[in-house]
Design a binder for this molecule. Structure first.
Ligand SMILES: Cc1cc2nc3c(=O)[nH]c(=O)nc-3n(C[C@H](O)[C@H](O)[C@H](O)COP(=O)(O)OP(=O)(O)OC[C@H]3O[C@@H](n4cnc5c(N)ncnc54)[C@H](O)[C@@H]3O)c2cc1C
Length: 315
């Protein structure tokens, strides 16, 4: 279960509280504040706090004394200009703080995004729960043959169920030995009265990478966009992409104009080389261009064909 009853009650109390402020607030975020959005089998993302709105970007860009907003279409135009020309510092004026529950192997990828602040649940101090990520059969695939970092065809159902069984058994066995070492049962009571348990900071090394951890993560919008550009991309691993997709949706509610500009100019845009631009120009002029005459490698040529949907992909 992503969030237990006790924690849900705490969330309800926090959501019922009301404060007054002169700072800008965003109704669409107020509506979801503290509320967990389920991810994978036991994970979640929930917004803890935020600072700013679309007008904060505009305000900083204009270094204005007031809210900095003009007409909506002027603000939209300015935000799109800033995004298109990578004038990024105005986007650093807005901040988001989230609470995330995620498998350790996803955390390993996430933590590579260094330009954020995070505080993780301490497994030196506390005991981790018996909660492991077990992928759905729809996610259990063979190793890709053309992308060393990706997945290929789905495994047959029977084989996927066997993989699930192995993952579940190994995670439980390791977790049982973890409890043995710290001398605790699942309810936190000693397994053997009067006996010292191993330090938690040592025992945790026995846990499998699909065990869930939690953290608070805070970043400004510029760095959140960097994270989303890489992790909400279809090439990102599914297990981190599902978290990125939820954060993308949160950003859409929070900063709709900045979100729209990000989608148009970053997430759905393409970086193309000068050689590729030359190919596009030749195609527009009506020239027949082949991979051999393009000056591109087969991979570059295939990517360009896919991106601009011309010609049959080369074998
Ligand atoms: C598809 C994919 C595959 C990946 N595979 C691997 C892998 O096999 N192995 C692996 O180790 N990582 C891998 N990564 C992680 C990747 O190399 C980056 O570490 C990660 O995406 C974070 O990007 P970042 O450094 O831009 O972000 P951040 O750490 O948030 O940094 C943001 C920006 O700040 C600047 N910056 C931050 N720190 C420094 C610094 N020390 N020096 C100079 N500039 C800095 C850079 O401009 C950087 O772009 C992969 C990422 C993706 C998306």
């Amino acid at each position: 279960m992503p969030v237990d009853k006790e924690n849900l009650a705490e969330i309800s109390l926090a959501r019922a509280e009301r404060n007054t402020t002169a700072r800008p607030t965003v109704q669409a975020i107020e509506e979801i504040l503290f509320q967990p959005f389920d991810v994978l089998d036991h994970g979640f993302v929930r917004v803890i706090d935020y600072m700013g709105d679309d007008s904060s970007v505009v305000q900083a860009a204009r270094v204005s004394y007031g809210r900095g907003t003009k007409k909506l279409n002027e603000d939209r135009g300015l935000i799109r200009y800033l995004m298109a020309h990578s004038h990024t510092t105005p986007f650093e004026m807005a901040e988001l703080k989230i609470h995330v529950k995620l498998p350790i192997f996803v955390a390993r990828q996430w933590v590579r995004h260094r330009t954020a602040s995070l505080n993780e649940y301490s497994a030196r101090y506390s005991v981790l729960d018996r909660e492991f990520y077990i992928p759905e059969v729809e996610q259990i695939s063979s190793q890709s043959t053309n992308n060393r970092q990706g997945r290929g065809e789905l495994l047959k159902r029977q084989k996927s169920e066997y993989v699930q069984e192995l993952l579940r058994d190994d995670a439980n066995r390791n977790y049982n030995n973890y409890l043995q070492m710290i001398n605790s049962d699942d309810a936190g009571q000693p397994l053997r009265e009067g006996e010292d348990g191993l330090a938690r900071e040592l025992a945790r090394m026995n846990l499998t990478l699909n065990t869930y951890t939690q953290w608070y993560w805070k970043a400004n919008l510029h760095n959140i966009f960097n994270f989303l550009r890489l992790r909400a991309d279809p090439h990102a691993q599914y297990e981190i992409r599902v978290y990125a997709d939820i954060i993308l949706d949160i950003v859409k509610r929070w900063m709709p104009l900045s979100h729209e500009a990000f989608i148009d100019y970053k997430l759905n845009s393409a970086t193309i080389s000068s050689q590729s631009i030359a190919v596009i120009k030749r195609l527009i002029k009506g020239e027949q261009v082949t991979q051999e005459s393009s000056g591109l490698t087969l991979r570059e040529w295939t990517e360009l064909q896919r991106r601009f949907e011309f010609g049959a992909p080369s074998a």
